[in-house]
Design a protein around this ligand. Structure first.
Ligand SMILES: C[S@@+](CC[C@H](N)C(=O)[O-])C[C@H]1O[C@@H](n2cnc3c(N)ncnc32)[C@H](O)[C@@H]1O
Length: 260
């Protein structure tokens, strides 16, 4: 597995017209998968309106605004000013702007927040872009109150979606060796070990989209094969919005994990 370049990635995500161009979880072809992640939080996280919540890599604020909607006070951190502007707009539209505070910052430096400052820390769809998962988890652990919840998603290298994504990245690397690599996959064991090294324990996890083969949806948009793959993923999600059985859960295109 290729290493990600931390400095180059910080520049990339801080820059304009980068992640904001391709991260479209609400409207993209796999929006139903991303909706399922929010459903998992509704159904599996014992959300308390009194919580102080940190949403690391908040993006459009999908999860931060969701929890603000439950009454929680949320800080959404992101490297991208553009994404923070979108998150702020989302909070305004949902009428929760007074409970959602956007903050420019990095997952690996949460030093503006004190120890144990949050009852829950969310880190959704971000592990894949972190060159040093351990460093980020140590920071998240530090700002988490004792017994607090860490909720995260990652794309497992052992899923069909992750395997195809890795094959695509390997081909791209060969064709264009100088191009910046912006994501990678993790396996369940690596995630569990990184959590433990930071003082957290993986308690449970759920998987979305075992049959999802659309790892490079943007590349294949309009292609009949991609449309067929999306149709299969859609049918799966109708019957199983998300999987709870451990084998299926850890082979989902996205795994949503809960640690404390
Ligand atoms: C794939 S998006 C996910 C957004 C959101 N969590 C969601 O699930 O919709 C990743 C977000 O993390 C931000 N990001 C990337 N690296 C980061 C870092 N090291 N620290 C903070 N934010 C980061 C990006 O700018 C982007 O908004």
């Amino acid at each position: 597995m290729d290493e990600l370049d931390g400095r180059a990635l910080r520049e990339y995500f801080s820059g304009e017209g980068t992640v904001s161009e391709w991260w479209t979880p609400d409207s993209g072809p796999l929006a139903f998968h991303y909706d399922a992640e929010q459903r998992i939080l509704e159904e599996q996280l014992p959300i308390d309106p009194s919580w102080r919540v940190l949403d690391v890599g908040t993006g459009h604020g999908r999860f931060g605004v969701q929890l603000a909607g439950h009454g929680c006070r949320v800080v959404g951190v992101d490297l991208s000013r553009e994404m923070l502007a979108r998150a702020t707009e989302r909070a305004r539209k949902r009428g929760v702007e007074e409970r959602f505070e956007p903050r420019l910052g990095s997952a690996t430096d949460l030093s503006t927040f004190g120890e144990g400052a949050f009852d829950a820390v969310l880190c959704m769809e971000l592990f894949d872009h972190l060159p040093d998962l351990g460093a980020a988890l140590r920071e998240m652990r530090r700002v988490l109150a004792p017994g607090g919840h860490l909720v995260f998603t990652y794309v497992p290298g052992e899923s069909l979606y992750g395997l195809l994504g890795n094959a695509y990245r390997a081909l791209k690397r060969r064709a264009r060796p100088g191009e910046l690599l912006i994501s990678r996959t993790y396996g369940l064991r690596a995630v569990r070990e990184a959590l433990e090294a930071s003082g957290l324990r993986l308690e449970r996890y759920y998987g979305v989209g075992v049959l999802c083969a659309n790892a490079q949806t943007r590349l294949l948009t309009g292609n009949p094969l991609a449309r067929a793959a999306t149709a299969v993923a859609r049918v799966e999600s109708r019957f199983w919005p998300y999987h709870r059985a451990p084998w299926l859960a850890r082979h989902g295109a996205h795994v949503v994990g809960f640690a404390r």
